[in-house]
Write a protein that binds this ligand. Sequence first.
Ligand code: NAP
Length: 242
Amino acid sequence: MKIAVIGGTGLIGSQVVNNLTVAGHEAVPHSKSTGVDVISGQGLDEAVAGADVVVNLTNSPTFDDASLAFFQTSMDNLLAAAGKAGVGHVVILSIVGTDQVPELDYYRAKALQENLLAAGLTPYSIVRATQFMEFVDAVLSWTADGNIVRLPATPIQPIAATDVAAAVAEVAAGAPLNGIRNIAGPEIFTLDELGRITLSHKGDHRTVVTDPTAGMFAAVKGDVLTDKDAHLAATRYTDWLS
Ligand SMILES: NC(=O)c1ccc[n+]([C@@H]2O[C@H](COP(=O)([O-])OP(=O)(O)OC[C@H]3O[C@@H](n4cnc5c(N)ncnc54)[C@H](OP(=O)(O)O)[C@@H]3O)[C@@H](O)[C@H]2O)c1
């Protein structure tokens, strides 16, 4: 199959292109740096022309309320281009529980992206992943202050980017789900515990202080970002750290 991967130069997109190519598909990466812009629409018609499947792995440059406009405009442009080209399947990567955290702009933006796709005319699949293991360092940096890192005890089920890419490639090569598939890592940690494991593994002597008000994940209620019934990936966090 010919599969256009928009955002195909990113963390997940580049691995999805690789996985699809190895599986024998003609996977073509596109992104802003290759001249395809989902916001202005530049190059988008050409990128999706002739594609059986379009995988959208673009990301907003910010997590604030500007991310709502990013996902609205990019999905409007992408679905219009896919419709004109007669694409048979559009795939996006979203977040487990994204519709359960309306306090966070970025999670509302991802829920909006899902709703736009589901309301469109093109058959679709939504893969929802839990937080990437690659994302943990950034989360620690947001609330670091000297020798202290403050983190809430929010339950998190981290998944390795390589496992996410394998799942997205598998869905892209299959029949449209016209629904959602949840994928998650094999273990659930509280975020403060995840921080302690991460710092200890790196020989970083800073202290993690449990603080229910610290950082973006403080807004998350209960265990909505985890799913024990998701398709569970193999990679464990400490193995990934090693
Ligand atoms: N972080 C998490 O834990 C998590 C969890 C679940 C789902 N997700 C979702 O996973 C998806 C992929 O994330 P990622 O980490 O792989 O992203 P990433 O590494 O930041 O890559 C983003 C990609 O989007 C492209 N891009 C950005 N703006 C664009 C534009 N205007 N037009 C065309 N291309 C544009 C970039 O292209 P350039 O080459 O031009 O930079 C790059 O290829 C995101 O939608 C995110 O919401 C993330």
